[in-house]
Design a protein around this ligand. Structure first.
Ligand code: AMP
Length: 215
């Protein structure tokens, strides 16, 4: 399957993407994960992106498109991909459309995950992430705590609260989403690609996606 997952930060795009990869071997492509890997490696790209990310601002479109042009030409997505956190602006969506035409890629659907703001704020402020860039496993201090407090179950590295998941940064990321990313809903509606799921459970969303794709 070739899908874009659209939704505010904390809507569950990453969780849904991971579940969908298990169905048919499609790969999850998360620009947030790629950028955090670059920041941890302190690459030139990572150094440029870090300041924007810490504040909860979007990284400039040119940097993101540079990453995605390379990523979508790698051979590992033969079975499909789940774009998680990309595109996030109208210029990115326009550039993606042109890139897919050039690479002869046909999108199946844009999955819009619609979750109430209070649920999102609660989820993000209680979320914890493994600090190991190769792992980046996600936990939640309320609903999915680590077995040993502060230590990743999978790799044993410290589990941290991301700099952009403080109350202030979360509020700013949600405002940024409303201003810059929410207009993509109309964009993909016009293209006839959008399907909105209003649900807080990833099970329900995964079932809905399977049904919509007829798989
Ligand atoms: P995420 O993990 O998807 O919430 O992304 C974390 C941060 O990475 C965002 O708050 C942005 O600063 C940056 N980022 C990720 N994807 C994009 C994108 N497509 N466009 C611009 N910035 C992005």
């Amino acid at each position: 399957m070739k899908l874009i997952l659209l939704g505010a930060p904390g809507a569950g795009k990453g969780t849904v993407a991971k579940r969908l990869t298990q169905i048919d071997g499609s790969v999850q492509i998360s620009t947030g994960d790629i950028l955090r890997g670059e920041v941890n490696a302190q690459s030139e790209l990572g150094k440029k992106a870090e300041e924007y990310m810490k504040k909860g601002d979007l990284v400039p479109d040119e940097l993101i498109m540079g990453i995605m042009e390379k990523r979508l030409q790698e051979p590992d997505y033969q079975k499909g991909f789940l774009l998680d956190g990309f595109p996030r602006t109208i210029p990115q969506a326009d550039a993606l459309k042109k890139l897919m035409e050039k690479l002869n890629i046909k999108l199946d659907m844009v999955v819009n995950i619609d979750v109430p703001r209070d649920v999102i704020i609660d989820r993000l402020s209680t979320r914890r992430t493994c600090s190991n860039p190769q792992c980046q496993a996600i936990y939640n201090i309320k609903s999915m705590p680590t077995k040993v407090e502060g230590i990743c179950d999978k790799c044993g590295s410290p589990v941290i609260q991301r700099a952009d998941e403080t109350a202030e940064a979360i509020a700013h990321r949600l405002d940024t989403y409303n201003q810059k990313t929410a207009p993509l809903i109309g964009f993909y509606e016009k293209e006839g690609m959008l399907k909105t799921f209003t649900a807080t459970s990833s099970d329900e969303i995964v079932a809905g996606v399977k049904q919509a794709l007829g798989i």
